[in-house]
Design a binder for this molecule. Sequence first.
Ligand SMILES: [Zn+2]
Length: 275
Amino acid sequence: MSIKLPDSVPLHRGLIREFHDIRVSDVSSSFVSCQKEIYDTLMFFLESGIDYEDLCPLVKSNCDTYIQLLEQEEESQGFQTKFKTIKENYKEMTESCEVFDLDTMDRYAERDITAPQLSKLLKEANDGYIPKIKISITMVDRILRAFPYIWKDPKCILPDSLLGDGFNNDANEDEIEMAGGSIELTCPITTLIYEEPMISKKCQHTFDKSGLTEYLKNSDTNRYMEKDCAKDGCSKKISMDDFSPDTIMSLRCKIYQIKRNENNNNMKLEALDVL
Ligand SMILES: [Zn+2]
């Protein structure tokens, strides 16, 4: 005598805990370590003294790798979210099923009543659309995303999408320092190229640390004061506490110097050729 078995049965109450433990492996931590490695590599390039032209292919391959990594991470986050929904759906469906016991076994076997199959739900989900979840933009991420643009043109205006949360671009849009459609790399106070750029969280204006300390220091008391922003047309009051390092501006200046050195060297070579 052969017994007909059901295709699927509802989740047994005793297995709820095991069911909750089923998870998609989280790759976030390996994403963060890869991200850091790419960041360190790019920063190493900037300090390496290697010529701009020679660095170009190395920078490009690292930036491309980062974009791919980012896409994979966003997809993986998307799948995790989707997987959670599938589990919730499955649990809801299985809970509304009739209890599987000796009385209902035949009806389950004859498919008179059915229970959901997790593997089937997963397969359907996998064939379907998987949303990409935007990962929250950290400073390292912002630098890595901005890097290829700045590498090409240190004075470029970055696309809005790169600025991310916490950077109020709308309010700032009219004020973006433009000189022929580009960002100034010189401090409005010192009028020199930035060495230690500091950005105000109040108005997003950047000054060099040396200029800023001089500007805000009261020479009589030797203490820092609150003063009008040193940027023309800005009405905000600024104090030392409002400022933090402007890492994007630092990056712009570093790359600008590397490109400038390269140009100087080329000019020297051309001059030698003439001789
Ligand atoms: Zn300002």
